[in-house]
Ligand binder design. Sequence first.
Ligand code: EPU
Length: 431
Amino acid sequence: MPTMAAVDVMRVTGRASLRGEVDVVGAKNSALNLMPAALLASGRTALTNVPRITDIMIMAEVLRRLGCEVRVEGVTVTIDAPERLSGDVGYDLARRIRASINLLGPLLARQGYAKVAHPGGDAIGSRGLDMHVSGLARMGAEVSSEHGYVIARAGRLRGASIWLDFPSVGATENLLMAAVRAKGTTVIDNAAREPEVIDVCAMLTAMGAQIEGAGTPTLTIDGVEELRPVRHRTIGDRIIAGTWAFGAAMTRGDLVVRGVPADHLAVALDKLIAAGAAVDLLADGFRVRMTGRPSAVDIVTLPYPGLATDLLPMAIGLTSVAEGVSLVTENVFDGRFMFINEMCRLGADIRTDGHHAVVRGREALSSAPVRATDIRAGAGLVLAGLCADGVTEIAAVHHIDRGYPEFTEQLRALGATVERVTVPDEPDPFG
Ligand code: EPU
């Protein structure tokens, strides 16, 4: 008889308020690029404030397969990169994290060859590679797609002028990591300005790279012959901090969030103020308090400094319990609204048309079994469960584990009644 695998689900008791203080660790989306950046220098790199989440463990294993010695101790990751790396990233591991594509730039720069599993799409939409590929091609690489792999070859990369059609975070980071050891000057125009991109620039600069314009749409990189390993602290995770900010507002709670500068969430906090929250800025974070029912507020996601697409599920959650009608517009991922079906199971009144969602707020949601479709949708459904009558069961919580370390424990410390239990598996259409 076939055996059934066991998976974890979360059970969240509704009508709860989040109250207290919460510390936020380093950003997943920074660390998943800082780790590949370590390949650019031989010797020992130490990264601190790295979150203990599944994606980081997978990236650590990928780097081991490339020939590095990697140690993960608490929130410190040390990577000892050898003189010669293997250019082959195993299919089984690499296809599990989108960020594996960010190995292309460093591997090409370091040794002129990379073979990385095609990251494909996922449950937030198609995720193109055209800007990664055309940028690397401009720098002299030959890139092809064969049997599920992206294969890139080059002699020494050369500096080039690159204009991105869209300020893609991943393409900016990949091209940046390729350019720092290319021959000559590279200019990346319409570059992404996310704090995680600035963090990668900061580490590369400490390693000896010559980069100008970090945090602006134009990055100018003068290639150098060699880089040295460094010790670097990962910036705080603004998406986790933003999740708590929305959580406080949705649940009519009061949270002090530390570890992330408030200006990394300027637009999000401004929207919460428009919805009726009191927001105080602190030296190392912020406080969000909401006393009554939130008011409806229109929300638009955009590349940084706009409101992050990764906070879209939280924005949908807030507007679902707000007084009035809100218009929520998603501009980054074509499939981000997939989780809205799950929100509707919880009684949310949402109508979508293309990349717009009209959300008619309700006083409370109604508990139901739902399924996390991706990391952020998972966290958003948990917060929505806190605003529902009864107990909401969220399946496929392994998605949440990819981005939120100790989420259950933190929710409990903030006063929520949440349990995590293991149940027999059902097939997960979202992987
Ligand atoms: N795009 C293309 N062609 C490309 C590159 C991107 O069409 O060559 C499109 C994508 O399909 C998407 C848009 O451009 O529609 C934005 O993609 P971007 O490259 O900016 O995103 P990413 O680098 O793939 C990172 C984060 C995501 C986050 C986005 C946007 C990492 C590892 N991932 O993805 O994080 O949503 O930037 O801010 O850094 C998450 O943490 O849950 C997550 C999905």
